[in-house]
Design a protein around this ligand. Structure first.
Ligand code: GLN
Length: 511
C-alpha cells in the first residue's frame, strides 16, 4: 500500500494543504462571478484581474522561499502565510458584504487579493519543502509521499467549488460573502491543524523537530561571506528585476506605458533575473550549482505543461459549454462540473501511480525522474491529439460526445501524476538544504509564467470564423487550436526526453 509506514507528519501536511487548497480553489470558483455579477465589472476587466492574480500568486513563493531559507524556517513561514491568507479571504468577505458600494468593495477586494498573493508566497514553497524533510535523502518513499501530498491538494480542490459554490453562487449577489467566508474558515481550519499538531508530528527521520530556523546563516559564516555583501547582492537583484520590468513594460509590444502589461513584465523579468542570481551565489559548490542548473532546465519545460494544462479553466470550459453534448439520460450536466473531473481523477489514480512506480522499480523498468517529466508532457500532447481527432470535421455550434473531453482529462491527469508530484520530489532532492524553499519558489515560478502564457494561448480559441495564427500556423478550426497544444507539448516532451538520460547522469555525478 502506498501509505504503508509513512511518517505521521505527512498526514498533517496532507490535511493542512487540503484546507489551504480548499480555500484557494473555493475563492477562485467564485471570484470571476463575483466581479461580473456583483461588482458589475465587464468581462474584459474581470479576466484581466483574474489573470494577474493567478500569475502573481505563484510569483511570490520566491520571496517566501527566500525569507524562509534565510530567516524564518518553514514552520513560521507556513503559519504566517496561512494567517495572511485567512485575513485576505476575510477582506473578500467584507468586500462582498458591501458589494453595492463599488468603490469600497473594490478597495477591499484589491487589498484582500494582495494578502492572498503575499500569503501564498510564504505558504506554498514551505509546505512543499517540508514533505521532503520528513524522509532521509535516500528514502525511496519520497515520490509516494509527494503523490500523497498531491492527493491532499486535490481533495481540497474538489470540495472547494462544491461548498463555496453552493454557498456563494446562488444567483443572488448578496450571497457571495458566504462563499468567501467559507474559504476563510477553511484556511483557519488548516492553520489550527498545523499549529495544533505541528510540534508533535513534524520530526526528521532521527526524531528531531523540523521546520525550525534555517541553516543559511551558518553556511554563510562557514564560507565567510560578509552579510553586507549579501545585502548588496539582494539589492542588485531587486534593481535588476525593476529595470527589466520597466524595459519589458515599455517595449513589450511597442505600445508604450499606457498599454503595458505590468504583471507579465514583472513575471518575465523575475524569471530571468532570479535564477541567475541564485546560481551565482558564492556559497555554492560546483556540484550544487550543477544540480540547480538541472532544476532550471526541467522548470523551463514544465512551463509548457502548465500553460497547456491550464486551458481547463479557460478554452476547455468554453468548449465544454458550447461544443459538448452534456446530456446524460434526461439531465444536462452543467459545463462547470468538468472542473471537478481532473481533481477527482487525481484522487482515484494517485494511489495507483504511487504503487506503479515501486512495482516498475522492482522489475528494473521504472523510468528516471526526468523521463517521467517528459512522459507527463507527452501524455498532455496525446490528450490534445485525442480531442483534435474527436473534433476534426465538426462545424462551430455542433456538439460532440462528452467522451472526448472526459478522455482528454483522463490522459491529462495521468500526465499530471507523472510530472507534478515527481517534479516536487525531484526539486527537493536536487536542492541544497539551505536553498530548498527558494528553489521550490523557482519551481512554482514556472506555473506563474505558464499562467500568463495560458491566457495568451486561450485567446487563439476559434470564434466567429476570425482567422488567427500561432507562429505562422493558421488557427481556424477547433482541431487547429488543439493541434497547437499537441505541437507545443509534443516538441517539449521529445526534447526533454532526449536530454533526460544526460541530466539524470549529471545528477548522480559527484564533485
Ligand atoms: N493543482 C496544483 C496545486 O494547486 C497545481 C500546482 C502547480 O504547480 N501548478 O497545487
Amino acid at each position: 500500500m502506498m501509505n504503508h509506514g509513512h511518517p505521521k507528519g505527512i498526514y498533517l501536511l496532507f490535511a493542512t494543504e487540503m484546507w489551504e487548497r480548499f480555500s484557494y480553489y473555493g475563492m477562485r470558483a467564485l471570484f470571476m462571478l463575483y466581479m461580473v455579477q456583483a461588482l458589475r465589472f465587464n468581462k474584459e476587466l474581470a479576466s484581466e484581474i483574474y489573470g494577474n492574480y493567478t500569475g502573481l500568486v505563484y510569483l511570490t513563493p520566491l520571496l517566501g522561499g527566500y525569507i524562509a531559507d534565510r530567516y524564518w524556517g518553514n514552520c513560521r513561514s507556513i503559519t504566517v502565510g496561512a494567517l495572511v491568507m485567512a485575513a485576505g479571504q476575510f477582506l473578500l468577505f467584507l468586500s462582498a458584504c458591501w458589494y453595492y458600494d463599488t468603490s469600497w468593495a473594490k478597495g477591499l477586494m484589491l487589498a484582500g487579493l494582495g494578502l492572498l498573493i503575499a500569503g501564498n508566497g510564504f505558504f506554498k514553497p514551505n509546505i512543499s519543502t517540508l514533505v521532503g524533510r520528513l524522509y532521509t535523502d535516500t528514502d525511496p518513499r519520497k515520490d509516494a509521499a509527494y503523490t500523497l501530498f498531491y492527493m491532499g491538494v486535490n481533495v481540497g480542490s474538489i470540495l472547494a467549488p462544491l461548498v463555496c459554490g453552493a454557498l456563494g453562487n446562488t444567483g443572488r449577489p448578496e450571497d457571495f460573502k458566504w462563499g468567501f467566508l467559507a474559504a476563510c474558515i477553511g484556511m483557519l481550519a488548516g492553520t489550527l491543524i498545523f499549529k495544533g499538531f505541528g510540534s508533535r508530528c513534524l520530526r526528521d527521520p532521527s526524531g528531531r523537530p523540523l521546520g525550525g530556523p534555517p541553516h543559511y546563516r551558518e553556511s554563510v559564516r562557514r564560507h565567510q561571506i560578509p552579510s553586507a555583501r549579501q545585502v548588496v547582492r539582494s539589492c542588485r537583484l531587486a534593481a535588476g528585476i525593476a529595470a527589466l520590468t520597466l524595459l519589458f513594460a515599455y517595449g513589450w509590444d511597442g505600445s508604450g506605458w499606457a498599454e503595458a502589461d505590468w504583471t507579465g513584465s514583472l513575471i518575465g523579468a523575475t524569471a530571468l533575473v532570479m535564477p541567475l542570481g541564485i546560481i551565482a551565489d558564492r556559497s555554492l559548490t560546483r556540484m550544487e550549482r550543477r544540480r540547480i542548473g538541472i532544476i532550471y532546465v526541467i522548470a523551463f519545460f514544465v512551463i509548457f505543461f502548465w500553460a497547456a494544462y491550464e486551458q481547463a479553466g479557460a478554452s476547455l470550459t468554453f468548449f465544454a459549454d458550447e461544443q459538448t453534448d452534456r446530456r446524460i439520460g434526461g439531465w444536462e450536466m452543467p459545463a462547470a462540473y468538468f472542473q471537478s473531473f481532473n481533481p477527482l481523477m487525481v484522487i482515484v489514480l494517485a494511489p495507483l501511480f504511487a504503487a506503479l512506480w515501486p512495482w516498475l522499480h522492482r522489475r528494473g523498468w521504472e523510468p528516471g525522474p526526468v523521463h517521467k517529466q517528459a512522459i507527463g508532457l507527452l501524455l498532455l500532447a496525446l490528450g490534445y491529439l485525442f480531442i483534435a481527432f474527436g473534433v476534426r470535421d465538426v462545424e462551430p455550434g455542433v456538439k460532440v460526445s462528452i467522451g472526448w473531453l472526459a478522455g482528454l482529462y483522463l490522459i491529462h491527469t495521468m500526465g499530471e501524476l507523472c510530472l507534478a508530484p515527481i517534479g516536487l520530489s525531484l526539486v527537493y532532492k536536487l536542492s541544497p538544504v539551505r536553498f530548498s524553499s527558494l528553489l521550490m519558489g523557482v519551481w512554482y515560478l514556472s506555473t506563474s509564467a505558464a499562467a500568463k502564457l495560458a491566457g495568451g494561448l486561450s485567446g487563439l480559441y476559434p470564434e466567429g470564423g476570425v482567422a488567427k495564427s500561432f507562429l505562422g500556423w493558421p488557427v481556424q478550426t477547433l482541431a487547429d487550436f488543439f493541434l497547437v497544444f499537441v505541437g507545443m507539448s509534443g516538441v517539449s516532451a521529445l526534447v526533454l526526453y532526449a536530454l533526460a538520460g544526460r541530466l539524470q547522469k549529471m545528477m548522480q555525478e559527484e564533485g
